[in-house]
Design a protein around this ligand. Structure first.
Ligand code: AKB
Length: 313
């Protein structure tokens, strides 16, 4: 195997688990983890680790050269809710980091790039149910605007310079290893933490807010699958719709109550409600399923049991 992988943003919610999976698949020494902050011991000491600011091109280049990197997974980003508080910072991080990597790939320093987009690239005028791969996209958050712009840059670098960049539009990702920071779908993780520690939960979205979601195991599988797929199968070079399950806060609450009958949830929507209301409720990902064989395995019931089992441990 000749892959030498760099994961930028390796200490975040997805980055942590992606790094561990890629080290399992490609060997610890072939997967370099990098982040602006330090992470868990497991992540920092199971293979090479570098402190790296994704917006500093020279530093990124230095690490790519030092380890003779072939594939970059750019997971550093500022998410939807916190992005509304720091719009300039969000734009700067989300856009500049991507352009740096695309440019280095164009210059032949990297062979393959993974960059995550999000369902946040859709907006209030997109169809809410079975949102198609190609449709109206008018995002209303800074994060969503940066994701849509990023998708256009990915397609541009592929068409103009042949950069092998691959991307998926993640829904809300549910996981127990590393908490997310500053997303609108974070309630669906917080609720589990509270249930397991026998505390009540006050949800910042209304009980009937339906959003597309996915368990981390499925998200990691999708990321590995799209990167391992033969290049000829990747027909969409902006970003693929990806979906697994969708639920409302009331539905996940009911499911958790099967394990914790006394668990109590109240609802007090805040500014994140407007963000959630601008996003799809269910996404049509048939193009990803057809092109590179994407398939999910966790439904709400299976995910809930697994979350509770792991958090209780
Ligand atoms: C967020 O809530 O901002 C993210 C996302 C949907 O991309 N989880």
């Amino acid at each position: 195997m000749s892959e030498k992988i760099l994961i930028i943003g390796s200490c975040g919610q997805i980055g942590t688990e992606l790094t561990i999976k890629l080290r399992e698949l490609y060997g610890n020494d072939n997967v370099v983890a990098a982040d602006i902050n330090s992470g868990s011991n497991e992540l920092m000491y199971s293979g090479p680790f570098e402190i790296l600011d994704a917006t500093k091109k020279d530093d990124v280049k230095k690490i790519i050269k030092k380890y003779k990197i072939t594939d970059v997974y750019l997971m550093a980003a500022m998410l939807s809710a916190v992005g509304e508080k720091f719009p300039e910072k969000a734009w700067n991080l989300n856009m500049n980091s991507l352009l740096i990597i695309l440019d280095l790939a164009k210059d032949g320093l990297i062979k393959k790039v993974f960059w995550p987009s999000s369902m946040a690239a859709f907006g209030p005028t997109s169809p809410k149910v079975d949102t198609p791969q190609m449709t109206i996209m008018e995002p209303s958050t800074v994060y969503g605007i940066s994701k849509l712009a990023g998708e256009r840059w990915c397609e541009y670098y592929y068409q103009k310079f042949g950069v092998d960049v691959r991307s998926i539009r993640y829904p809300g990702i549910i996981s127990w290893k590393t908490k997310p920071g500053g997303g609108t779908t974070d309630y669906a993780i917080d609720i589990f933490y509270k249930a397991v520690s026998h505390e009540d939960y006050s949800c910042f979205l209304s009980e009937d807010t339906r959003l597309p979601m996915m368990y981390m195991d499925d998200a990691i599988k999708a990321t590995v699958d799209i990167m391992q797929a033969d290049s000829s199968k990747i027909k969409v070079r902006s970003s693929y719709n990806l979906s697994a399950i969708d639920f409302t806060p009331a539905e996940v609450y009911q499911e958790i109550k099967n394990h914790y009958p006394d668990f109590k949830v109240t609802y007090s929507p805040d500014f994140r409600q407007v963000i959630a209301d601008s996003w799809p409720q269910r996404i049509d990902d048939s193009v990803a399923r057809k092109d590179w064989g994407w398939n999910h395995s966790f439904d709400l019931e299976k995910m809930t049991s697994d979350m509770i089992k792991n958090l209780s441990n």
